[in-house]
Design a protein around this ligand. Structure first.
Ligand code: PLP
Length: 406
């Protein structure tokens, strides 16, 4: 077999569908977010980033940077090993305590990313609880789906954000079997929010564990940034809360927060936890500083919501279709992968605005979109310029205006 020929043909068919992924090579400018330098074949150009998941700009916060610098000077660069073999530093342990406190849980366990935390925790729980069934929301993230697949446990998919359908599924399962209800609070592509209380009602009625991915909510919602479950007073009803340190907290890493026994169980059995080098202590220290800051400061969250509202208002005025939701994610709906990529290319090349197109398989075919994530570091002038640029492209390309269907 000619392997490269095979790879080329597969890539070509991706490209023909408009789904080939082009990466923009950026150099973020500390102190100047949301500005970044875009490296291209013909040189570099300054761009404004409108699609970062560093939702609050914490990746350039002075408290985070000084904690990171301090830890590098104190500990050096890497952790030096897996958590089991000399890689558990004081910074890791303190970060886990900070995370447990954030979610009002007895314990927390750190992973190298949010993806790994979902994959490893779900795999371990679902494969080792005897006869476990996983009830998975239809909109769940790839990291949970892969964890369930890898566990080889039975999986039942319930309709997205639909507690009634969840109940219908749970009612069919032998009451003696262990069950995990896996779902997210804020869904990252549509920005819709789960009915957490109702899902807990149903899960509790059938004796199921609740596994909640709060990746797009931690730092952003709740009085201390504990997420939607904190905002709604539901943290104690969730068996396991999973989050990331790479998005609103602005660093890198993932975690679960749950009972002492559950965290110890995953720590003891999860291959994806055991057999990999721990995060650099400096990352742990930076993440801890970020969490601590956002526990006692609401100004970033308030400004964030203010910017989101301003962007939505302007899109409405211009008639650029976007999905209505109750979160900070603003999906501008295009509905065609080629057009979506073309708009994104034009924004980047001609206007110095970076918004990555979101195409299949990240979203269903026909719902291609530009996912705009306003942040506290976007100014009124940034918003005005984004609107002017989008408006120009929308007119030129005779794209539909109006309200997007939810
Ligand atoms: C990004 C994401 C993850 C993975 O988190 P990382 O820290 O980026 O690996 C998990 N769940 C959801 C819903 C996500 O969007």
């Amino acid at each position: 077999m000619n392997y490269d020929e095979f790879f080329r043909a597969e890539l070509q068919s991706l490209a023909d569908e408009g789904n080939y992924r082009h990466f923009a090579e950026l150099e973020r400018r500390q102190g100047d977010f949301p500005r970044a330098r875009h490296h291209r074949p013909d040189g570099t150009k300054e761009v404004t980033v409108w699609c970062s998941n560093d939702y609050l700009g914490m990746g350039q916060h002075p408290a985070v940077l000084s904690a990171m610098h301090e830890a590098i000077d104190r500990c050096g660069a890497g952790a030096g090993g897996t958590r089991n073999i000399s890689g558990t530093t004081h910074d890791h342990v303190m970060l886990e305590q900070e995370l447990a406190d954030l979610h009002h849980k007895p314990a927390a366990l750190l992973f190298t990313s949010g993806y790994v935390s979902n994959w490893a925790a779900i795999t371990t729980l679902a494969s080792r609880l005897p006869g476990c069934v996983v009830l998975s929301d239809a909109g769940n993230h790839a990291s949970m789906i892969e964890g369930i697949r890898h566990s080889r446990a039975e999986k039942i998919i319930f309709k997205h954000n639909d507690p009634q359908d969840l109940e219908r599924c749970l009612a069919q399962i032998d009451p003696k079997r262990p069950k995990i209800v896996a779902f997210e609070s804020v869904y990252s592509m549509d920005g819709d929010i789960a009915p957490i209380a109702k899902i807990c009602d149903v899960a509790e009625k059938y004796g199921a564990m609740t596994y909640l991915d709060e990746v797009h909510a931690v730092g952003l919602y709740g009085l201390r940034g504990g997420g939607i479950a904190e905002r709604e007073g539901l943290m104690d009803r969730i068996t396991l809360i999973e989050g990331t340190l790479g998005k609103a907290f602005g660093v890198v890493g993932g975690y679960i927060a749950a009972s002492t026994e559950l965290c110890d169980f995953v720590r003891s059995f999860a291959s994806g936890f055991i057999f990999t080098t721990a995060l650099p202590p400096a990352c742990a220290a930076a993440a801890r500083a970020s969490i601590q800051h956002l526990k006692q400061s609401n100004s970033e969250r308030e400004r964030h919501q203010n910017r989101v509202a301003a962007v939505r208002r302007q899109l409405d005025i211009m008639g650029v279709p976007h999905l209505k939701n109750d979160s900070h994610i603003v999906p501008v709906m295009v509905g065609n992968p080629v057009k979506c990529k073309m708009i994104s290319d034009r924004l980047l090349q001609d206007y110095g605005i970076y918004v990555q197109p979101i195409n299949y398989p990240t979203v269903p075919k026909g719902t291609e979109r530009l996912r705009i994530t306003p942040s506290p570091v976007h100014s009124d002038e940034d918003i005005r310029y984004l609107m002017e640029s989008l408006g120009a492209i929308w007119s030129e390309c005779a794209l539909a205006r109006g309200v997007a269907a939810a």
